[in-house]
Design a protein around this ligand. Structure first.
Ligand SMILES: [Zn+2]
Ligand SMILES: [Zn+2]
Length: 344
């Protein structure tokens, strides 16, 4: 039996100096043309949990259609029984009975992107402390062509590699992370983006960057750049594509089959000086201290500890994965202490 820890819902926001309170990366985010498919509207945790269940059921159905019985069974079992450490109002930890680790599984994807966040956030903070750089969210797009998903991904990654070799890029960016997002346009052509958290050395004219992108792609100049005011939210915005690389609700059996053929495709990576920085990174007193502390705090929580959010005692609730949305719903609508052991 594989046991692993899922999210804590107690992650602090890690704001940069000068960040406005009312803004979050998802609210002010970019351009409809780019993000239409996966734009996050504000949904409650119960709605998101319900969507994850539906996505999973849809995937299980597609897997059965393709006679991928083993995959279907694994998805079915994944997060089917949960141990939820809660005060009744907040959830400190969720421990699933089993994790399938399938790349499109929404529960495993969510865990994977949390892991990436926890790993890279302290490194990003550290990198910024050691270098005079500011983080930006850059989205690179390319023209749609008749090609496979694999070809589409290879094309944009090749263009990005070429871009990074150019002196304009080296003069202006010190490194960062990238992740891939896939969607399809209404004609069924692949629409692949690169989402980049880039560490900018200085201000530059965006028109020049567009020209550079056009030079390496040959036919694409569409990109979007926006400063990141809240590093945690900015990173989350980018790693969410690791958990949700595409819109699975519009996925058919043929799409799943194509995806199963992409086993080793990388969806996330680091580049430039940030990549070397990550290799040698040891957290110190100054580097992202508050974040790692909070994370390890909730990892060490057990039944009987007090909830870090409200000081009520935590207890362990066992439930099936299907009951989680309803539990979230109750925690969302209840005053402190009202959802308790009576729930089940
Ligand atoms: Zn899973
Ligand atoms: Zn609480």
């Amino acid at each position: 039996m594989i046991q692993s820890t899922l999210s804590t819902d107690l992650i602090s926001s890690h704001r940069l100096p000068g960040a406005s309170e009312s803004k979050s990366a998802s609210q002010t985010y970019l351009d409809k043309r780019v993000t239409k498919t996966q734009r996050q509207t504000k949904r409650t945790r119960s709605q998101r949990a319900r969507e994850r269940l539906q996505t999973k059921e849809h995937l299980v159905g597609l897997a059965r259609e393709l006679h991928e019985g083993e995959l279907a069974d694994k998805l079915d079992r994944c997060h089917s029984r949960l141990s939820v450490l809660t005060c009744g109002r907040h959830i400190a930890r969720i421990i699933p009975n089993f994790t399938c680790e399938f790349r499109l599984c929404p529960d495993c994807g969510r865990r994977r992107s949390r892991k990436l966040q926890n790993k890279y956030l302290p490194m990003m903070s550290g990198f910024m402390l050691h270098n005079k750089v500011t983080p930006v969210h850059l989205v690179l797009t390319q023209t749609h062509r008749k090609e496979t998903r694999k070809e589409s991904a290879a094309r944009i990654r090749n263009s990005f590699t070429k871009l990074m070799r150019r002196s304009f890029w080296k003069d202006n960016f010190k490194g960062g992370t990238w992740s891939l997002e896939f969607s399809k346009d209404k004609n069924g052509l692949h629409h692949t983006h690169l989402h980049i958290v880039g560490f900018r050395r200085k201000f530059f004219d965006i028109a020049l960057l567009r020209g550079e992108w056009l030079a390496v792609t040959g036919d694409s100049h569409v990109l979007h750049l926006k400063p990141i005011l809240d590093l945690a939210a900015g990173l989350q915005e980018v790693v969410k594509y690791v958990s949700k690389p595409l819109d699975i609700r519009r996925f058919g059996a043929a799409d799943l089959k194509e995806f199963l053929g992409l086993k080793n495709m990388r969806m996330f990576g680091t580049f430039g000086e940030f990549r070397d920085f990550c290799k040698g990174f040891v957290p110190s007193d100054n580097d992202g201290d508050e974040i790692t502390d909070l994370e390890s705090l909730s990892r060490n929580l057990v039944e009987g500890c007090v909830c870090p959010k409200c000081d009520q005692p935590l207890f362990d609730l066992r439930m099936s994965g299907k009951e989680l949305p309803q539990f979230y719903e109750q925690t969302e609508s209840s005053p402190p202490g009202k959802v308790g052991r009576s729930w089940m």
